[in-house]
Design a protein around this ligand. Sequence first.
Ligand code: GLN
Length: 486
Amino acid sequence: MSKKQNEMTIVEAARALRAREISVQDLWDACHNAAVERNPELNAYLEVFDADEAAIESAQKRIDANDASLLCGIPLAIKDNILIEGKIASAASKMLENYRATYDAAVVKKLKTAGALFVGRTNMDEFAMGSSTEHSAYGRTMNPHDLSRVPGGSSGGSAAAVSAHLCIAALGSDTGGSIRQPAAHTGIVGLKPTYGAVSRSGLIAMGSSLDQIGPLAKTVEDARILHEAIRGKDVLDATTIPDGLYTARELSKSLRIGVPRHLLAEGVGADVLAAFNTTLESLESAGHTLVDIELPTSAHALAAYYIVMPAEVSTNLARLDGIRYGHAARGETLLDDYVLSRTEGFGEETRRRILLGTFVLSSGYVDAYYRKADATRGVLRGEYMDAFEKVDGIAFPTTPSPAFKFGEKSDPLSMYLEDIFTVTANLTGMPAISVPIGFVEREGKSLPVGVHFTAPHQAENVLFTLGEVVSFADKAFSLRSPRTNA
Ligand code: GLN
């Protein structure tokens, strides 16, 4: 067997476990050892957990008894803003440095029931705000394809851990692209599910009307398996979709794919565009049809996102005030306590967004900014719904360019532009996936790029179908493991 166990996909590991070619203990050891060995270099994990012997033993028993789901015994990595009972969940912030979760997030509960194992908690931009994982209070994460470049963000730790095979698959969260963009930058698959498909109970909130938890995986099939395992109605999250309403749409063999060419005219790298065009050709040769579409309001999506999101951030983070929980500094007066705790506890980007959000919600400005952005959101949603009358999915590149260098986007506006293609799916609540389509060269290194598909609400199956077609990239990926670059 040529593949190392930690390099396996969920499907491969599940098959090997059932064929008794490997044991749960072996698989755990392979992932855990890889994580311990390579983490000092990559900083993908904020903490690598010790083995949970009881969980390993019970997973093996279930597999031996032929009573196991595909995720039984599979080592996964979990983003540091998703609660695992008894473990620290810091959202990569000094504010929550010592916060230990008192309960399991709904998704973690489901994964535990399925018998999955947890390798560790992964690095991220503080409170999931960023596109590079440079805003973590615990140091940046390196891109396994080029250690001088960012892995994307905010789920950069999860993406690097999957890409470098320090786990089999991972969970991240996506408020404006934080699963899809790091997936594209590290050559893996990332899915942002339909808003309400997956419970947000136990996810440290960033923008509550935008956040979704989703999988980062080595293949489209693995992403589908993880998604199926974590989705479903939850009484603890009133926005989750009732199970009866979550129906897979009938798909025809030939899908119509909308391509908004006007969005690609500016700013997309020539080689990224070439990779994207090759992908479109492969979709056509597989029998799907390309349709030119226009999404004129897309030009305002990023602006709307950077008003709605900080507004929700300022509200969600208000509870971290040095009194109730989190970092608590003491000054002369109560006001000093608030100011000191929040100044010491929050990083620069977090403070910037709290201020921006407070401003756009303040009386006198709420109509000019927040309400306008919210209205734009409605228009965008309508425009996408109209487009989906004519097409089954919409395609564009996940990012305009491959992973950038550390410090390259220190100006916040240039960093925000990274999210130009991903934020709309969060504003409209629609599901979207990033799938690797190949590599482009930068300074002698091969860097992965991804294609991004959006589908109508609850039509994740369209994303998986389209993703599978372009999945020749999965093979390209395994041929060119990140190690050849490092
Ligand atoms: N990069 C985007 C931002 O900085 C998205 C973050 C996210 O999806 N959590 O807000």
